[in-house]
Design a binder for this molecule. Structure first.
Ligand code: ATP
Ligand code: MG
Length: 158
C-alpha cells in the first residue's frame, strides 16, 4: 500500500537514533514535501535497517550518518552515508552479491553473514528501483536506492 515516504523513513531513523549505543550523530536532510511510495513496508524496513546497521557498524567514534532523499528522473533517490572506513574501489559493486564481505578479518570482527545487501538489492528491484554504492577508502560510504513515487496517495487517478 501507499505510505508517505518522509514519515516512513523518519520512523526508522528515530528507532535507530533512540537505541544506538555508538557515539555517532545522525543528520537528516529530508524534504517536507509529500511523496507517496507503494511499498511492502516490512520489506522496505528490512532494507533500510540493514543499510543503517552497516553504516553504524563501520562508523568511527564521533562520526556522522547522513540521511536524505531527492527526486531524480521521476524516482525518489534515497541516500544514507557514513564517514567510516569505506570500501576499496574494486570491491564496491560486489557488496550486493550474496555472502560477499570486503575482507575476512573485518568480517570476523564485525559479525553478520554478508546477505543483508543482497536481500536489499532483491527487494529494491522487486519494487522497481535500483540500489548502488559510492565509496572512498578511508572517507566513507554512501548507499543510494531509488523507488517510484506518486504525489497523491491514491496513485494514478485519471
Ligand atoms: P549481514 O547484513 O548479513 O548481517 P553484512 O553486514 O556483512 O552481514 P551486507 O550488509 O550484505 O553484509 O554487506 C556486505 C559487506 O559490504 C559487508 O560485510 C562490508 O564488508 C561491506 N559494507 C557494507 N556496508 C558498508 C559500509 N557502510 N561501510 C563499509 N563497508 C560496508
Ligand atoms: Mg549488513
Amino acid at each position: 500500500g501507499f505510505v508517505e515516504f518522509n514519515k516512513f523513513f523518519t520512523q526508522i531513523i528515530d528507532r535507530f537514533e533512540m537505541s544506538k549505543s555508538q557515539n555517532v550523530e545522525f543528520i537528516r536532510l529530508l524534504p517536507e514535501k509529500s511523496y507517496f511510495v507503494d511499498i511492502d513496508t516490512d520489506k522496505l524496513t528490512q532494507v533500510i535497517d540493514n543499510i543503517i546497521s552497516n553504516a553504524l557498524k563501520y562508523s568511527p567514534d564521533g562520526g556522522y550518518i547522513r540521511f536524505g532523499f531527492t527526486v531524480h528522473d521521476n524516482m525518489l533517490r534515497v541516500m544514507i552515508s557514513d564517514d567510516g572506513m569505506g570500501i576499496p574501489k574494486e570491491n564496491v559493486a560486489r557488496i550486493f552479491d550474496r555472502f560477499y564481505r570486503v575482507d575476512r578479518a573485518r568480517a570476523r570482527s564485525m559479525g553478520g553473514t554478508g546477505l543483508g545487501l543482497a536481500i536489499a538489492r532483491e527487494m529494491i528491484e522487486a519494487h522497481g528501483g535500483k540500489i548502488w554504492a559510492e565509496s572512498e577508502e578511508g572517507q566513507g560510504t554512501t548507499i543510494f536506492f531509488t523507488l517510484p513515487y506518486e504525489l497523491d496517495e491514491a496513485g494514478d487517478w485519471e
